[in-house]
Write a protein that binds this ligand. Sequence first.
Ligand code: NAD
Ligand code: ZN
Length: 357
Amino acid sequence: APTMAQDNLTAVLYKINDLRLEQRPIPEPKENEVLLEMGCVGICGSDVHYLVKGRIGDFIVNEPMIMGHEASGIVAKLGKNVKNLKVGDRVAIEPGVPCRMCNFCRDGRYSMCPDIFFCATPPDHGNLSRYYVHAADFCYKLPDHVTLEEGALLEPLSVGVHACKRAGVTLGSTVLITGAGPVGLVSLISAKAMGASKVIITDLVGHRLTLAKELGADCTLQVAIGDDEDLLAKKVEETLGQAPDVSIDCTGAESTFRLAVKSTKRGGVVVVVGLYSSEVKLSLMEAIGNELDIRGSFRYCNDYPSALALVASGKCNVRSLITHNYKLEETLEAFDTAKTGKGNPVKVMIHCKRSLA
Ligand code: NAD
Ligand code: ZN
């Protein structure tokens, strides 16, 4: 067995359904990087997708890839130019590091950078390992009362914060969220924190709606595949007492995008967060005649500080998204849970610190 000083157990996806734990050398931080002892890494739908399908759109796992991008860690070593962190700082890791030079980066829309490095998006490696190096300026120091679990959850939470900023959610907004998976739930948490007065959230599955209620949903609507979309839109309006100002589509299931378009008030905003690999059928006239703004939302951009402020305020309970916990050594079981859905997982969390046993 490796000694503690050499142990860098790492979860590597070789190809479809071939995920392995293996030792890798501990990397050295470059001048603007830090070496991190990894804390927590959440499993995301995209990790499972790479495991099962080997690709997401044009991103294909051709070479073995280290998994993991929803992560937190503890600074173990500083690159020689790093000033913003100290050894021992606990940090949340923003997984996308842009080039900082292109027009998108210069314009402040760095998530649109075509050369962005993004953890566990082929060919870029992730951080599901004992040690990992990352750009120091994309690590956010956590206050003492924010846990490493919460630090890892800033990643999905930032997706929700970004979606709500794109949607223009503000004091008094009425909001429809389709889908109560992790993405729908973080959108719900963000919408309530940003002042939404009434949020209705839909799902096929009752237990996810129960969690949504606990997280602050004002109304829930359980739907079934094949439900009449016009009737559902009416139900949304009746339940809210008015058509929603904004809708945030968080399923990746085509019918919910149509429901969002049908439900949103005239002149409102539809934000699409759920990813679609194929074309989606839509009556465009409904969007045109109602002057809807349809906006994509992808990852996050300058949203980690907001997500951290929200968690640090203690006003949201993002931790209740975590339904399952595993150690790094149990990564294959963790992925099995995420993949099969056994035990109704919402967020599966992997704890990377070596146990002292
Ligand atoms: P998930 O599969 O855990 O959750 C989706 C939820 O939608 C499930 O609870 C499911 O029961 C529900 N659902 C399915 N069909 C439905 C229907 N017709 N009506 C209502 N609910 C329905 O996935 P997730 O992790 O929450 O991610 C959701 C989507 O967001 C995925 O498409 C994912 O790829 C995407 N995503 C996008 C971004 C981004 O930056 N744009 C980031 C992360 C994830
Ligand atoms: Zn750039």
